[in-house]
Structures are given as C-alpha cells and as structure tokens.
Design a protein around this ligand. Structure first.
Ligand code: SF4
Length: 451
C-alpha cells in the first residue's frame, strides 16, 4: 500500500523512559564538544551511569531552569531518528517529536514560540528558520549534526550542474528539492518554479511538476526520486541518474561522457536524479525483504531504500507512515521495518507494550545475511550534554553564534563552521526558498482535502 500520511504529523505520544534502563547514547569524546559545551559534557561524562534516575536530575537542573526563564516562548524539537533517548527526553520536556515535514512547520504555526531549539540535523533546523517569523530564533544543539545525503549535495556541487542544465533547457527545467537539502537548494527550486517535497508527499509534488510538462531535476536522493517515478508509473528509461557526487562532485560538463548516455539521454529524460543517497537506507537488499516475508512477517520500508527493496516490500512510506503503522498494528502483528535503527528500536519498545513484534529489516539471524541495522550517527551527535548546554547558554545569554541557524547558512559539518549570507542575500534566499516550501504545503494540503 502506498503511504497516505500527507497531512502534517502530530507529535506521537507514549514514548517514555524506562526506569533502570540506561539512556542508550554513545558518549562522544570530550574534544568533539565546542568549548562552551565542554563543562556540561564533563559533568555528564562524570555521572556514575546513564540510567534515567541519574541523568534526569542532572538534565532537569538546566532544562527546567531554561523553561522557567523562557516560559511559553521556548519550543524544543526533535526528529524521530534521534539516537538514544533524546526523543523521549524532548517529549518529557513537552517538546515536539516529528518527521521533517511536521518539524519545518513548527515555528510558522506557533508564533508565540520565540526561542526554538532543535535536536536533529542541520537542514531540518534550517527549514524551520526559513519559515520562521522575524522575531523567532532557531538553534541547533550541535552544528556538526549533518545529514550525509545533504552533504553530498552542497550548493557548490549542485549549482554548476544545475546552471548547465538551465542553460540547456531554460524554462523547461524545474527543480524538485527533497526536504533533505540546504536552504540554498530549496531556493534553487523556488527560483525555477519548483517545490520542496518530503518522503510523504514526493509523489504529489512530482505529479504536480509533471503536469506542467517540464523536465525535472530531482535533488538530492536518487532512490526517493526513482521510487517516486515508479509509484507514478513513469517510464524508468526516462530517468537519468547523475554521477556519484562522492566521486565526481561538480567537476564535469554535461557532454564530456561522465553522464551515462550523455546529452542525448538528458534530452530524452523526464526526470534527472542527483546521485546522492542515504547510507542508512542503502544497506537494504530485496533478499532481506523476502527472508522475512517467507516467515510470515509484514515488511514496511522507507522510500530512501533501493527500488528493488521497495518493490518487494509490503508497504513503503515516510517515518510518519511507519510510525502510524506501528501504532495501529493489532496485537500479535509481526512487523519488519526498513529504516533508521534508532527509530526501529523505539518502535520495537512501543510495539512490545501492545503485543506487537517489531524487528529491523537488516537484523537477520543467519550467517551471510546479517548486517548491523544502522542508525543515523550524525543526527545522534545531539546528545544530553548538548541539550543541557544549549538551553543553559541561551538562558544566560551566552549561546554561541555557531549554534544559531539562519536561512542560507552553509555548514561545514566537520568543523561546524558556517558560511553566512549577508542580510540582503538572505532575504532574497528566504523569498525563493519559502516559495518552494509553500508550494509543497499547498500541493499537500490540496491533496489531503481531496481537491
Ligand atoms: S537517516 Fe540518512 S537521510 Fe536521514 S538524516 Fe540521517 S543521513 Fe540524512
């Protein structure tokens, strides 16, 4: 069944910390923390254990004080894929846990919130900042938390190729930018008359773009692009996948033989896919899906997985879709989930409380098939000391500028450094990026109302 969860997700409830069960988060080495955050990390690392009974009183000291200080103006956000128990911690402090679509809308839809602190990867915080009101500020607890898929589609990689495509096809080319892109690429989509999409509404956005009769450049995830084309019955021979950005970055021209099929293939293409991918989802293989199905498990996967995996699965959809399936599964159901490892672990815990068995697609107990279910390691760089430190530094008026997220920032995830636009450039970028986000919202909401 295709996913139907196109409406903004509401934060799930029911995620609770189990007493006595350690908060599962890999401790980062001390030198991974910004100088301002080290005192918090030192305190955290010195705690005798990671059990909620130990960590919560320590965390409360900082989070509760910040909540008292900011009152209703403070909003905490986290993504479903956050490692360890950060999602549960954020829920405990009345924050919102959601997928990237619902997160992006949080500032715009909650104008009374003035200080927004996100535990997730950078592009998610930037999407919040693009749609935020002028008097709202957005902060990320760790600026080194980047999405590897987005890191293979930086503006300096995509722009030179997009420029060549625009030169060749002019107004016939339109860009669809997956939410997992920087604001600079969302602005590119806006400038070309395109839109942003998420995994829950990519089929709606690409369908909308097709109806315009224009060639589509889909950035950055080749798998989501291919799966979306498949779902819309697009002729797969009319897809061109651009070279692996890890190997070629942007140092090629359209006609130099780097692109398979060259300019003839591009001319005939209905959709051109940027070559990026998510390593968390590309470990999945169709044999894994069949292994579980032969044992009467129902397999659900995220569409960032390869096409053959999605075709073999019993259902595919966004994190919101997967979570809803878990929550609605009847007692005795056996579900296999093919997506990020921390999400599956949280789903397994919730399912167990209701008699639903849940396993990770890659956790096959057989030699030669087993593959460690992979978590989003970069997102997990937002850990309890980062949350405590960010809130305490904000309360004291000493938050580092590096943690402030402004639309158009380009981040080097190794150092956390930002290349920041000046005010005029940022205003222009926001205009274009907002347009592409607003088009997505309009397309999605129109579909959910059935018009
Ligand atoms: S799971 Fe993959 S696509 Fe999602 S944020 Fe992590 S690296 Fe990016």
């Amino acid at each position: 069944m295709p996913p139907t969860d196109t409406a903004p997700g509401t934060p799930p409830s029911g995620l609770t910390l189990d007493p006595g069960v350690p908060i599962c988060q890999t401790d980062l080495p001390l030198d991974w923390y910004q100088e301002e955050f080290r005192p918090y990390a030192e305190e955290y690392l010195a705690l005798p254990d990671r059990k909620p009974e130990t960590v919560l009183p320590w965390l409360d000291r900082y989070v509760r004080r910040a909540q008292d200080h900011f009152g209703d103006e403070l909003l905490l956000l986290a993504h479903f894929y956050m490692g360890g128990e950060i999602v549960k911690l954020v829920e405990r402090y009345e924050g919102a846990v959601a997928d990237s679509y619902a997160l992006a809308l949080q500032a715009a839809r909650n104008p009374e919130k003035k200080v927004i602190v996100e535990s997730a990867v950078h592009f998610m915080a930037e999407a919040v900042a693009i749609l935020a009101h002028e008097d709202q500020s957005v902060w990320i607890t760790n600026p080194k938390a980047g999405c590897t898929m987005e890191m293979l589609a930086k503006d300096f990689m995509v722009y030179p190729i997009a420029d060549q495509l625009i030169e060749r096809y002019g107004d016939d080319l339109l860009v669809v930018a997956y939410m997992n892109t920087s604001g600079r690429l969302k602005a590119l989509a806006g400038r070309t008359g395109g839109a942003v999409c998420t995994s829950s509404n990519a089929h709606l956005v690409v369908d909308w773009a097709r109806a315009k009769g224009r060639k589509i450049l889909f950035v950055p995830d080749q798998h989501l692009g291919r799966n979306t084309a498949d779902r819309l019955d697009m002729d797969q021979s009319k897809l061109v996948t651009l070279p692996d950005p890890q190997v070629f970055a942007a140092n090629y021209t359209l006609g130099d033989g780097t692109i398979e099929g060259g300019t003839d293939a591009l001319d005939a293409a209905e959709m051109i896919l940027w070559g990026s991918y998510c390593g968390v989802h590309t470990i999945f293989q169709p044999e894994m899906v069949r292994w579980w199905q032969e044992r009467d498990w129902r397999v659900l996967v995220h569409p960032e997985s390869p096409l053959e995996v999605v075709r073999a699965a019993d259902g595919q959809g966004s994190t919101n879709y997967l979570w809803t399936e878990v929550m609605n599964a009847p007692r005795g159901a056996k579900l296999v989930i093919g997506t990020e490892g921390h999400f599956v672990r949280n789903a397994r815990n919730e399912g167990a409380k209701r008699g639903v068995e849940i396993v990770h697609l890659a956790d096959i107990p057989e030699e030669g098939m087993a593959s460690a279910g992979c978590g989003c390691a970069t997102m997990s760089r937002n850990d309890p000391p980062h949350l405590a430190g960010m809130l305490d530094l904000l309360r004291r008026g000493e938050a580092p500028d590096l943690n402030r997220v402004l639309a158009g920032d380009s981040v080097d995830e190794l150092s956390g450094a930002r290349d920041r636009l000046d005010g005029a450039e940022r205003a222009e970028l926001i205009g274009h990026a907002k347009l592409s986000l607003e088009r997505m919202i309009e397309i999605t909401e129109r579909a959910s109302k059935g018009s």
